[in-house]
Design a binder for this molecule. Sequence first.
Ligand code: HEM
Length: 493
Amino acid sequence: MALLSLSLGSGILLVFVSIILYFVSYAVYNLYFHPLARFPGPVVMRATRAGACYRVMRGTMPFDMLELHKKYGNVVRVAPDELAFADPQAWKDIMGHRNGPEMEKWDKFYRPVEDMPTDIVNAKREEHGLLRRTMAHGFSDRSMREQQPIITGYIDLLIKRLDENGKAGTTPVDLAAWYNFTTFDVIGDLAFGESFNCLDNSDYDPWVKAIFQVARVGTIFQSCAHYPFLMRLLLSLAPKKLIDERQELMEKTKVKLRRRMESTKERPDLVEGLLKKRDEWGLTLDKLQTNSSILIIGGSETTATLLSGVTFLLLTHPAAMEKLTAEIRSSFKSEDEINFSSVSVLPYLLACLDEALRMYPPVPTGLPRVVPKGGATVCREFVPETSIVAVHQWAMYHNDKHFKDPFAFHPERWLNDPLFAGDHKEAFQPFHLGPRNCLGKNLAYIEMRLILARVLWNFDMQIAEDSLDWMSKQRIYNLWEKGPLNVYLTPRR
Ligand code: HEM
């Protein structure tokens, strides 16, 4: 008996020692013998992926990156196999068109669960090319001109709702929510053929609520993707209720899409192109559904985030607010003159939006790419194949090597003010560049210009006391976790 318990004890000890030895040798290999060993970074991050996962799940990774670049330089090893770059040249080297094979998106980030369906954002090169060519039609200048009445209709409704809910400046309204209602209704209409009715119901649709949950949970899945055991555990723990709810939302989306497909009228929306190629390319309803859904995610939260950000920045910088309000109110004789083409020529409006995109980029994190076979040169450094590389937007834009006085709101830097002549404008790529850049950039600018111009045309605004620290208290879980932005809106006399 004593012999048995002794051998059991030594067995457990052996397993324990082997596990420790495995982790120690794994860390020693990463620190001293890994192909990326020569790049600097904190020991914990160079030795194990857990260091980066912790920061991502804590919601501080984009902010931490600025400190890391300041301490370690333009290239930081943020995980054993991953480098972060803070040099503007990295945009072209990583995201740009290349002579050799493109840097593919990294599955562990884009499709952490293996059987996730593919869509235009996470598809590999060949499928992506096909989807992009087809969908590009809905983003053409002509389609956008034809979409104008749809978009304007929702902005009319937004202004009406703000007027009702603001009660002549006596009750604060949560502008972050109202911007989200508007952009979700617009994109719902353009991608599914019908609105989510958020503006009508003054509330989020369940589909929209689900997106916010997915963003936070997404960081957990992305982190667990590095540890198969944890991923299996996570998947097995997912409550049935959650899975059923998700399934129900998918079904609802398909019902919307079916209705859109049954309509024989040509519609200048974002799915018309996909529907036309449906039979030729054998696009299933599932494929249509995932691609329409990704348009909702990519095209609404981002725009609403920027609108909330620019509004907050203007409210906390009265001189800029005054200048922009004067530009808008002096450029039109009446509200119905505010349209796609007339807002596009207002220089201070664009400068304010760009400065907000710099200070509060809707895609603040690094979107990782895989170095292709044979390796690649990024910012004059050779990086071996299969390494992961990324540019972290928030950190790039708050780096004083690239932007003077980076933590202050200076729209003038985008208007050739000589004070900012030393800025590296090529560092600023909120929509990315290259073959996977944002397809909806023009639509986003149009929406942002129109909505902000119409809100400032109609209301004088004052920020509520409880929202004064709105921006500084936020964390980032793939997306900004925005709280309410409470503002008093007094109808303009
Ligand atoms: C301020 C608003 C927006 C910002 C900052 C933004 C930013 C971006 C970024 C950084 C990407 C690259 C994603 C990646 O590499 O994985 C992207 C892709 C994309 N965006 Fe946007 N976006 C905005 C608005 C929109 C809108 C309104 C739409 C319209 C539905 C849209 C549609 C797309 C699509 C379809 C892609 C995928 C393109 C491809 O992979 O070929 N975006 N966006």
